[in-house]
Design a binder for this molecule. Structure first.
Ligand code: GAP
Length: 514
């Protein structure tokens, strides 16, 4: 990713549209803000990412099973979960620019700027001291860094208190004291901070009114909690065990920008892992490590990930962190890992009047399990993958190509079958090869244009292998197999194509790294 970073995001957005990965939703009507449609290649990549997650959870762990719960749930679910009362964002408007912001994010961005200053000091000092530089010692002793750190700690502490106490005036006071200006207009003319509930509501059946009000789920997690006993009993599950789910979630985000990073309709892949009370923090640590390993196996660069431990814990958590990825717009949350205590199951017990407990034969007693949750946004994962995969290259002959270097097991189309010329029986042979491969892989067959142009088209959609049918094929039944990334070609007998591609495209290569 040697691109200037915001340029890269723009290029990825344009590429996604041009090559059938992501389109603005209902585009013929000028689109709908923060909603997107996945095109013919996008849906394939998304399905492969889901598959990788699902297999790593459900197939690789004998104590994790999956479900698919409904999007609509009984409205009391959201009362019990705390979403009706507490799933709010503090909203603030700038009176001059008329732009709307999340008050807490304005403050967090201010803190990030101070963190940047610390990083700059460190980089400067590292240059000055060379090999003798000790970053840890520098941060612990440099007076300027210590002053910045003190500012950060004070602001974070005040932010935490204001959020926890729902102190909207405190948030506004902090914004004013720090002199935070509207990032667009530079104006400091702010409205008061107000709470804004992020759930979309609709009505069930034909009667309008509060008694019929239901919500589009803002997270998939609650579908798992309300099915805890169903799954535990029918699956004869014993603690510790997990329930995984992939599905749509909906949030009326105040600010929804940055393409598919923050949408109002998106997809989550969540797993709730039920454990014995008291063991949750060990499991939390274990899942943190497991999830980071999962990300790294994707090959998007180990240096592009980091943990961010939460200062402001959500109402249900006793420990929480994000796995952040270095998107073109900086390090941002990709996945959340939360130790949710017994908050959700206890709340559902209370509101439903049903016991949601596990009888532990070893302890000879029942208890409400504690929960570790891993929750990843599928669309964000998709964006991370594309930003990393998008590559512009100048070739030896001076020509340019854009190539999506998506790992072969996840690439939408696995192979393109390309007859060198459109005569001498080559197209028929290409069709024969396609008909052989189609039972195993999604392939394309392309007869149009010069071979170089056809390669460029396949590079742009990220097809890892090109199979060229030439005159030699007609003599010895071999084809050339071109590797997308190295552009190297090897000769392969037609009869061994399935096996060769299967080996190169196996999801196993990722799963084995876990
Ligand atoms: N059940 C816990 C939960 O929902 P979260 O941190 O609010 O936690 C989990 O969301 C993940 O869902 C995030 O890490 C992010 O990847 C994704 N996500 C959340 N809001 C999103 C949005 N508006 N658009 C796209 N992805 C989103």
């Amino acid at each position: 990713m040697s691109q200037p970073e915001d340029n890269l995001l723009k290029k990825v957005i344009a590429h996604c549209k041009e090559y059938g990965y992501v389109f603005p939703s209902s585009e013929i009507y000028d689109g709908l803000s923060a909603t997107y449609d996945y095109g013919q290649y996008g849906v394939e990549l998304k399905n492969h990412l889901k598959h990788y997650w699902w297999e790593s959870m459900v197939r690789m762990n004998e104590n994790i099973v999956g479900i698919d719960a409904a999007i609509f749930m009984h409205p009391t679910t959201w009362k019990a979960s705390g979403h009706v009362d507490a799933f709010n964002d503090p909203l603030i408007d700038n009176k001059d620019s008329k732009k709307r912001y999340r008050a807490d994010q304005l403050i967090e961005e201010y803190v990030a700027k101070i963190e940047n200053k610390i990083n700059k000091e460190e980089t400067k000092a590292a240059k000055r001291f060379g090999d003798a530089f000790d970053a840890e010692q520098f941060r612990a002793t440099n007076p300027r860094v210590l002053k910045y750190q003190e500012q950060i700690d004070t602001i974070n502490q005040r932010l935490k208190e204001a959020i926890e106490q729902g102190d909207l005036e405190g948030l506004k006071a902090l914004i004013e004291e720090l002199g935070i200006a509207d990032p667009v207009s530079g104006s400091r003319n702010w409205t008061d901070v107000r709470q804004f509930n992020l759930m979309f509501a609709t009505e069930l059946g034909s009667l309008a009114g509060d008694s019929n009000k239901i919500f589009l789920r803002p997270e998939t997690a609650q579908g798992i909690f309300v099915n805890f006993l169903n799954v535990q009993k029918t699956g004869r599950m014993r603690i510790p065990f997990g329930i995984a789910q992939i599905g749509k979630a909906f949030r009326n985000e105040i600010i929804a920008r940055q393409f598919i990073f923050r949408m109002r309709e998106f997809e989550q892949m969540e797993m709730q892992f039920f454990v014995k009370p008291g063991e949750e923090l060990d499991w939390y640590q274990a899942w943190k490590e497991k999830r980071m390993k999962w990300h790294r196996a994707l090959g998007l660069g180990g240096e592009n990930y980091r943990f961010h431990d939460h200062l402001n814990l959500a109402h249900y958590a006793n420990a929480a962190c994000d796995i952040e990825y270095k998107f073109p717009m900086g390090f941002k949350e990709l996945e959340g890992i939360h130790s949710r205590t017994d908050f959700d199951l206890k709340a559902h017990e209370q509101y439903s009047g049903k016991k949601l407990q596990f009888f532990d034969p070893a302890e000879d007693k029942s208890y409400v399990p504690y929960v570790i949750e891993t929750s990843i946004g599928l669309d964000r994962l998709f964006l991370a993958m594309l930003c990393h995969a998008y590559t512009e290259e100048t070739l030896d002959d001076g020509s340019q190509r854009v190539v999506l270097k998506i790992p072969a097991p996840l690439a939408p189309v696995k192979a393109a079958i390309l007859p060198l010329v459109n005569k001498d029986g080559l197209p028929e042979k290409a069709q024969e090869v396609f008909d052989q491969l189609k039972y195993h892989f999604l392939c394309q067959i392309d007869f149009k244009d010069a071979i170089g142009r056809r390669y460029r088209r396949q590079d742009a959609i990220g097809t890892p292998f090109g199979i060229t049918i030439d005159h030699q094929t007609m003599e010895d039944d071999t084809v050339t197999l071109r590797d997308r990334d190295s552009m190297k070609q090897e000769r392969v007998p037609v009869h061994s194509l399935v096996e060769t591609l299967r080996e190169k495209c196996a999801l196993q290569s990722l799963l084995q790294q876990l």
